[in-house]
Write a protein that binds this ligand. Structure first.
Ligand code: MLT
Length: 404
């Protein structure tokens, strides 16, 4: 028999979201009449808007014609889409040839780890989207798990909690090769100010680190003074890669479309352009995003599509307001929810998993335990506002009734 990859054995239990699903199903088995409502996994629920749907449908129809059929596309994506992303979402701060279109931010995160290899050190916000840590462990960048600290050895956990305004104390942060930074943040919903992002870029420049900036939720930023992209910060093009996604703002979680920006200025220690190696990885391991999805993305970035995107985002942010108001009414300490579809709630006197079980058992509402995102998430729950309004209303009604 073949030896198991020892890195797989280092991972803690299952990946967070399937673990939630497992516990949910276990609960349903024991309580077959319970009707659960989910504020759990951040999956979208609202139908794709008509103009964007037409972009998808038109391409699907074209593929059924002799003239319109296309096979493999460029691995880097349609030139037209790369240019439009650069123009509409980055106001020309980057060029189309620095944009690599893909099937989403999560697979790009995994492929970035292949680009970096096993011998790099990483830093992550604590709490953070679990893919950064888990992909790093799988690749062998991390040492064993320290049960006492609930941390992997060899990974720098940058504490981001209410007490430091969810921004790490960079003076106390160890130098690492790679820094993962998700903004607006999943799970806390916090959005960094321009001055904070300047500090972060400065920190990466000083340490000669590469900053992997995940902006999957940038369209949820509702305050014009907050940066939507790291390239709004001077000098970022020399240190930062930006990963982003169409999933949440236009409902493409199932359609699959995202992108990664690697500026021409970004180089490895030996002077190799990072985007040269990324191009090699993508052309080797990826056959290009679906042509249908890319046409949908193009439609989302014209005038009508951008309007539709705004409408979808507003709908979810309205949901967030409903959830936040309800939790505040019950006396909980509430964060996030203004520039992100996630609400971060402190559950005093309980562990995250105890609170998860309580919300599930008493209100039949599914949430995500904060500790699943890192040790500093202990004592918090994450609530998602990406549901239907009706379900959100029902969830808050139940929570108010059974958890007051
Ligand atoms: C979440 O709930 O955090 C999201 O589903 C994460 C993702 O986009 O993979």
């Amino acid at each position: 028999m073949v030896k198991r990859n020892p890195n797989m054995a280092k991972l803690q239990s299952g990946y967070l979201f399937p673990e939630i699903a497992r516990r949910k199903n276990e609960f349903i088995k024991k309580n077959p009449n319970a009707k659960l409502v989910s504020l759990g996994i951040g999956d979208t629920t609202q139908p794709i808007k008509p103009h964007i749907t037409k972009g998808l449908a038109d391409e699907a129809s074209r593929l059924g014609t002799k003239e319109g059929y296309s096979g493999y596309g460029a691995e880097q994506g349609l030139e037209e889409l790369r240019d439009r992303i650069a123009e509409k979402l980055y106001n020309g701060a980057i060029n189309g040839d620095e944009v690599f279109v893909s099937d989403g931010a999560k697979p790009d995160t995994a492929r970035l780890q292949l680009l970096f290899g096993s011998n790099v050190s990483i830093a992550v916000q604590d709490p953070s989207y679990p893919v950064y840590v888990d992909s790093s462990v799988i690749l062998g960048q991390a040492k064993g798990y320290n049960q006492k600290k609930s941390q992997f050895g060899g990974i720098e956990y940058m504490k981001c909690v209410p007490e430091n305004n969810f921004f790490p104390d960079l003076e106390k942060t160890k130098k690492t090769d790679i820094i993962f930074f998700c903004n607006p943040n999943n799970p806390t919903g916090a959005a960094a100010a321009r001055g904070q992002l300047k500090q972060l870029v400065e920190f990466a420049r000083k340490n000669k680190s590469i900053l992997v900036y995940d902006s999957a939720y940038s369209q949820f930023i509702s305050d014009k003074s907050l940066p939507k992209s790291i390239y709004e910060i001077e000098g970022a093009e020399e240190v930062a890669i930006e990963i982003s996604s169409f999933s949440k703002p236009i409902g493409f979680t199932g359609v699959r479309l995202g992108w990664t920006v690697i500026p021409n200025e970004l180089e490895f220690e030996d002077g190799t352009k990072v985007n040269k190696d990324w191009n090699r990885i993508m052309t080797t391991l990826f056959n290009g995003a679906s042509n249908i999805a890319q046409r949908g993305g193009l439609a989302a970035l014209d005038k009508k599509g951008m309007k539709e995107m705004e409408q979808t985002v507003s709908y979810y942010l309205e949901n967030a307001k409903v959830i936040m108001a309800s939790m505040e009414k019950l006396g909980y300490e509430v964060y996030g929810g203004i520039h992100a579809p996630y609400i971060w709630v402190r559950v005093p006197g309980k562990t995250s998993w105890q609170a998860f079980e309580e919300f599930l058992g008493k209100a039949n509402v599914v949430t995500i335990p904060g500790v699943g995102f890192g040790p500093s998430g202990e004592g918090f729950l994450r609530l998602s506002s990406l549901g239907n309004r009706q379900d959100v209303d029902e969830a808050v009604k139940r929570i108010e009734r059974s958890l007051k």
